[in-house]
Design a protein around this ligand. Structure first.
Ligand code: FE
Ligand code: FE
Ligand code: FE
Length: 194
């Protein structure tokens, strides 16, 4: 009898993690941590995918821009681990279906364009910008969620990454507008050997 009672008591008093944050809105906290796991998976997937994009790119300008963002992406993975730590949680990745799709789109662009062509670079830029826009949307929301939950330090860390994603998007636009799209437009359509 005494044993059963003690079990009941245990269930009735769930321990609260981080009680100071966001007045204990556990649903919002769960959304926040689930979204962190999602983008953690996405960033880690990008550290594997971006080098393939870089290798496939034609111009040094694009190769350099991607190289810079590979280094940033590795740093972004570490930042997410810091955020998990701030929340008192183990860093955990949960598959992001959207990023998986965006990455596979990027890989199809490589398959569907000719090696050494500016058209390939135009396609890689388009694919990369889709990725950056997904990241901008995600980090923009995460910063706001962190602030709402009173996780100001996490908000600041996530905000640093948000800035890098915005800068990358801008840099890619400049490369496309200044050079690659015009050069690609001059490329002749080549007959595909099937
Ligand atoms: Fe990123
Ligand atoms: Fe996702
Ligand atoms: Fe990015």
């Amino acid at each position: 009898m005494a044993k059963a009672k003690s079990n009941t008591d245990k269930k009735a008093t769930p321990s609260k993690r981080n009680p100071g944050a966001g007045e204990g809105n556990s649903q919002l906290e769960k959304l926040f941590t689930d979204s962190l796991k999602d983008i953690y998976w996405a960033e880690k997937a990008l550290t594997r995918s971006l080098p393939k994009m870089q290798e496939a790119a034609t111009t040094n300008e694009l190769k350099n821009a991607i190289e810079e963002h590979i280094a940033q992406t590795e740093e972004q993975v570490i930042r997410l681990e810091q955020v998990f730590e701030l929340l008192g949680q183990k860093a955990q990745a949960k598959k992001c279906d959207a990023m998986e799709g965006l990455i596979s789109e990027g890989e199809s662009v490589i398959e569907d364009t000719e090696e050494g062509s500016r058209t390939r670079d135009a396609g890689i830029i388009m694919a990369a910008q889709k990725v950056e826009h997904y990241e901008i949307a995600t980090y923009g929301s995460l910063v706001q969620l962190a602030l709402t939950l009173g996780e100001n330090e996490a908000a600041e860390i996530l905000g640093q990454t948000l800035e890098e994603e915005k800068q990358t998007d801008k840099a890619l636009t400049e490369i496309a507008e200044n050079d690659i799209n015009w050069a690609a437009e001059q490329e002749e359509e080549t007959a595909r050997k099937n």
